[in-house]
Design a protein around this ligand. Structure first.
Ligand code: NOJ
Ligand code: CA
Length: 689
């Protein structure tokens, strides 16, 4: 009898995908019951929610609501009209490319239908999805007579924290995410001082707010990360800090008219997400953000994950220029062919060529002018058609480059012709860029106007079968699930800062922090793999602040289906450690975070699709450490050749960065590998059968 009951209980789990249950409780739990979320309404009609993890409050009473502008009267208080629960089980989905092939998507849902108590009786629903690894909730506004258009002056979603947590944060800049992460207590967050500290050309930080993903550690050692999913036709969310009340409140990115977003009903906001983990590595393994995005609406049959080189680093270290008139033009037919030859000889599938098109001669200094760039006319010393054809003959694709100089209207005017040219030539990917202040003045990179622009580029590209790698982008919110042509993006301080930043570049702890913050949002075009760490003789005042083994490890640690091999050919040619870059995969069946802590270190293994080979990357901040790697992720009964690229004797990110040892051993799943990571160091291992 007992067995029969157990089987009955299993039925909904095994055979139901989404089912709706009408119950009155205003509490919803995760499938494993660890997370509990409650939605209720205060006496004055303000909705609020609470989140508990294993019985402990992680988000205390937090109000929800909006300030509306225009002719619409303010919301005047709500009551709960109806509550609907649902559960979804057993509907894993497959990623066309990604960190893993199959993604589980089990959650319990709760839809709370709120209705205004006043005569207008307007409706606002709150939809919750609670997974084992966190939760998302969003506001849903059905189409209704007294709420057709909404001018949103602000969204007031509160996140009341239960302690003065440790926080890894960047400022809530409306224009750029390219800031160094700070590690402070919540009450010590002072984003406004970044206004003067970094002196970036495009930066606007109006409030003491942080951008997301923002990751925290509670006094009890629980990890929390706040972000958003499916940012569509809305403004990016920053979180304003109220130190006195240990509270964060959503502060949407607006424009100079004081408007945050204008929408018409029916409308749903992006999901506000909270990842909860006992182990820092579980934050990275979570696919919560992707799960909260709708399934794919298109395919991109011509895109294959790949490594790519570029006529690019040359410009950042000053050996070449984007500008034809400079006398050091990088994008020449001959130079591109030299790179194509090197790519072909080393199994690198693509080449990015920047500075190929007219306009760069006006780039610097003309940031406030539209019509600067032309996306179809090459400079006279660059034969685009010849280069593309030469690449094709060698199995190397060209990646197109469109720097818009933050003039989206100019880009939109040319989008169709630019993509038609790419289509005609058989170019399947574009890197876009938005350096400078947005034109028109008064709009910001992360506001609704730009969110719409970025999406327009993505959907137009999808129709043309083109994949997009956006720099100076809107943050990733998992939209790659719906549009798999959103292959990668920047949205952080990338490697380029090491070439020219007056503050000395990214410190050794940068990427051990990025892995637990920015990387939770999605793929990163970081451009790892600089071998000439000291940038000699070109940039005496700059350098990469890691060891060479750390650079190798980044190919595994940082996820992107396109990984750059950015250094100059001469720095790779004949270098024994280059073998790792030749070998390392870019598309994965599985990803596991073996160990790590935010800002300290991280060790990740990934299993390559197609070959079944495993690759390991481990990186540390300035602290030297010994790591032990149990090889139990390897397949049972199989022997692997492990090539271990580790920091050499006395390696150090500053004093001795290029000392790298390469050892080959045979291992099985019952083996342990022990490695020393130097200060700012790392380790990369390929496991092949
Ligand atoms: C900034 C991008 O991040 C960088 O990769 C690119 O080379 C320049 N803009 C020029 O477009
Ligand atoms: Ca950039």
């Amino acid at each position: 009898m007992k067995r029969f009951t157990a089987m009955l209980l299993m039925f909904p789990v095994l055979f139901l995908t989404v089912s709706c249950i009408r119950v009155t409780t205003n509490i919803v739990s995760s499938p494993d019951h660890c997370i509990r979320v409650k939605l209720d309404v205060m006496k004055d009609g303000t909705p609020f929610y609470l989140v508990k993890y294993k019985g402990e409050t992680v988000i205390d009473t937090s109000a929800l609501g909006f300030d509306l502008g225009g002719k619409v009267p303010p919301f005047s208080g709500f009551r709960i009209d109806k509550i609907q629960h649902s559960l979804q089980r057993d509907e894993p989905w497959e990623m066309p490319w990604g960190e893993q092939r199959i993604v589980e998507n089990d959650y319990n849902g709760m839809n709370v239908f709120l209705k205004e108590t006043g005569t207008l009786g307007r409706e606002m629903h709150l939809e919750f999805r609670v997974y084992d690894d966190g939760l998302g909730f969003r506001y849903v506004f059905p189409q209704q007579l007294y709420l057709e258009e909404m001018v949103i002056l602000d969204e007031n979603t509160e996140f009341s924290l239960t302690g003065d947590h440790e926080v890894w944060w960047i400022p809530g800049d409306w224009d750029i995410y390219e800031h160094l992460y700070k590690h402070t207590r919540l009450t010590e967050i002072d984003a406004l001082k970044y206004r003067t500290l970094e002196g970036l050309a495009q930066t606007y930080i109006p409030f003491n707010a942080v951008n997301t993903p923002v990751t925290m550690k509670t006094g009890k050692g629980l990890y929390l990360s706040f972000h958003e999913a499916n940012l569509t036709n809305y403004a990016g969310m920053t979180l304003k800090i109220d130190a006195g009340n240990l509270k964060m409140t959503s502060e949407l990115v607006g424009n100079d008219q004081g408007i945050k977003a204008t929408v018409s009903t029916p409308f749903s906001t992006p999901w506000r997400t909270l990842q909860i983990a006992e182990r820092a590595g579980d934050l990275i393994e979570s696919r919560l953000i992707l799960n909260l995005n709708p399934p794919a609406v298109c395919t991109i049959p011509d895109f294959r994950p790949t490594k790519y080189m570029g006529i690019w680093w040359d410009m950042h270290i000053g050996t070449k220029s984007w500008d034809y008139a400079s006398g050091r033009h990088g994008a020449t037919t001959d130079y591109a062919k030299k790179y194509i030859d090197f790519c072909a000889a080393n199994g690198i599938g693509a080449l990015l060529v920047e500075g190929w098109n007219t306009g760069w001669e006006h780039w610097f200094g003309d940031f406030d002018r539209e019509g600067v760039f032309d996306f179809v006319t090459p400079y006279p010393d660059y034969d685009l058609e010849d280069v593309v054809a030469y690449g094709k003959s060698k199995g190397v694709e060209i990646i197109m480059h469109h720097e818009t100089s933050a003039a989206p209207r100019t880009y939109e005017q040319q989008l169709d012709t630019a993509f038609a040219l790419m289509k005609r030539l058989g170019i399947h990917a574009v890197k876009t860029g938005y350096v400078g202040k947005i034109i028109p003045k008064g709009e910001y990179h992360h506001g609704q106007w730009m969110v719409r622009h970025y999406r327009k580029v993505l959907t137009t590209a999808a129709r043309a079968g083109i994949a997009v790698n956006a720099h100076e982008p809107i943050k990733d919110t998992g939209i790659r699930r719906t549009y798999p042509n959103a292959i990668s993006r920047e949205g952080l301080r990338g490697q380029e800062f090491n070439a020219w930043s007056p503050d000395g570049g990214n410190p050794p702890g940068h990427l051990p922090t990025v892995a637990f913050t920015r990387m939770l949002a999605g793929p990163i075009d970081f451009t790892p793999g600089i071998f000439n760490i000291k940038l000699k003789p070109y940039k005496p005042d700059n350098q990469v602040n890691t060891t060479l083994a750390h650079q190798l490890a980044l190919y595994v640690v940082i996820y992107s289906p396109i990984q750059m091999v950015p250094d100059l050919i001469e720095n790779y040619e004949g270098h024994p450690a280059f073998q790792f870059i030749r070998d390392v995969g870019v598309d994965w069946d599985e990803t596991r975070v073996l160990d790590g802590d935010v800002g300290e270190f991280v060790t990740i293994v990934r299993k390559e699709r197609g070959t079944g080979n495993w690759f390991l990357g481990s990186i540390t901040n300035e602290t030297e450490r010994k790591i032990n790697i149990p090889c139990d992720f390897l397949d049972r009964g199989k022997a692997y050749t492990a090539v271990i690229y580790s920091d050499g004797k006395h390696a150090h990110w500053n004093d001795n960065p290029t000392a790298c040892s390469i050892d080959t051993v045979t291992v099985r799943r019952n083996c342990d590998i022990s490695v020393n990571l130097a200060p700012g160091g790392g380790c990369a291992i390929s496991f092949s059968r």
